[in-house]
Design a protein around this ligand. Structure first.
Ligand SMILES: CC(C)(COP(=O)(O)OP(=O)(O)OC[C@H]1O[C@@H](n2cnc3c(N)ncnc32)[C@H](O)[C@@H]1O)[C@@H](O)C(=O)NCCC(=O)NCCS
Ligand SMILES: Nc1ncnc2c1ncn2[C@@H]1O[C@H](COP(=O)(O)OP(=O)(O)OP(=O)(O)O)[C@@H](O)[C@H]1O
Length: 292
């Protein structure tokens, strides 16, 4: 022990989960080159977003993720009371996000996905495998928050109605299939192939994009934009992924198409952050929390 560790405050479960959630958001934002999305190179298909804003927004959400985890830890079971508590904290998080960004939607979908997952993780730290946490998050998402505003006019709700697809809400209620069935297995395969962590994460993002009905893309670019995103992502992976020369060429083609269509796969980006969160979580609690 030295002077620094002696005065270090105790890390709580809520602190740790909020750290993981914010880290996942920052890692997602920094990952480059992502087609159509904000990254280290620029703002992608967005005119109102930039990397600094994504970072500021992610950091501002730390207290919300901590509060959602603590609510779950204290309640200890999945019920309507916890669902409504998490919903209330999530809505307050959205208000804080909009205050910090001057009214720009940087992380609406991410508050939803990572908020549910933080609460789900805190509910049972003896079962932190991705599928276990996603299942608890799904059970929470399936409960009907009576205080939630009717969101029939959100961009997501509009295109879900128009095209008959499922959006952010249903993705969570189904236990995040894009994360559990697409992204995490691809992340593992690419890591085993030795492509390097950044390429493995890009491959995981593309795996999500091959299947997702991303309502951000549908709203801006319609069904043609969604088909272009899904087939472009499939082409990159079929060519050998982001680490291969041919895969990189296909990734550039996909980016060109997305920018031409003004399309940005914001839902896929949120789910990549959820993937990185669950990936870290499965390594278990840090030593300081081992006695929980
Ligand atoms: C469920 C949410 C995301 C609203 O979704 P809605 O369908 O109305 O669409 P909206 O356009 O507002 O936002 C959707 C966001 O989700 C992401 N997304 C888009 N498509 C998808 C998809 N297929 N799967 C997952 N995420 C997606 C995008 O980032 C997008 O910005 C959520 O904001 C909500 O309604 N919250 C209610 C209050 C609440 O309970 N809050 C927090 C609890 S943790
Ligand atoms: N790196 C990223 N770059 C861009 N978007 C991201 C990124 N990471 C996550 N997102 C998600 O994308 C969403 C932003 O998409 P979009 O701008 O299409 O939403 P909107 O404000 O509802 O719609 P619009 O700008 O078309 O009016 C955010 O909710 C956020 O969750």
């Amino acid at each position: 022990m030295n002077a620094l560790t002696a005065i270090q405050p105790q890390l709580s479960l809520g602190d740790w989960l909020a750290d993981l959630a914010v880290d996942a958001l920052i890692d997602e934002a920094d990952l480059s080159p992502k087609p159509g999305l904000v990254d280290r190179r620029g703002s992608g298909a967005h005119t109102d977003l930039h990397l600094g804003l994504m970072h500021a927004s992610a950091l501002a959400l730390w207290p919300s993720f901590k509060a959602m985890a603590e609510a779950a830890q204290q309640r200890g079971e999945i019920d309507l009371h916890l669902r409504e508590e998490v919903g209330r904290i999530g809505r307050e998080g959205e208000v804080e996000m909009l205050r910090v960004t001057g009214g720009v939607n940087t992380h609406r979908g991410a508050i939803w996905a990572l908020g549910l997952l933080s609460a789900a993780a805190a509910l049972d730290v003896s079962a932190l495998a991705p599928a276990q946490v996603a299942l608890r998050a799904a059970r929470l998402a399936l409960l009907d928050d009576r205080a939630a505003p009717v969101t029939g006019d959100s961009h997501g709700a509009q295109v879900c109605r128009l095209y008959g697809v499922h959006g952010a809400r249903e993705e969570a209620q189904l236990g995040f299939p894009a994360v559990i069935q697409q992204a995490l297995p691809q992340l593992a395969r690419s890591r085993v192939a030795g492509v390097g962590e950044q390429n493995a994460r890009l491959d995981a993002l593309l795996a999500i994009m091959t299947q997702l009905a991303d309502t951000c893309v549908l709203y801006r670019a319609g069904m043609a934009g969604l088909v272009s995103m899904q087939s472009g992502a499939r082409a990159v992976l079929a060519a050998g992924g982001c680490a291969s020369l041919d895969g990189r060429r296909r990734l550039r083609d996909l980016e060109r198409d997305m920018l031409r269509l003004r399309a940005s796969p914001g839902g896929a980006a949120d789910l990549l952050a959820a993937t990185l969160f669950l990936d870290r979580l499965q390594h278990g609690l840090p030593a300081q929390l081992g006695s929980l």
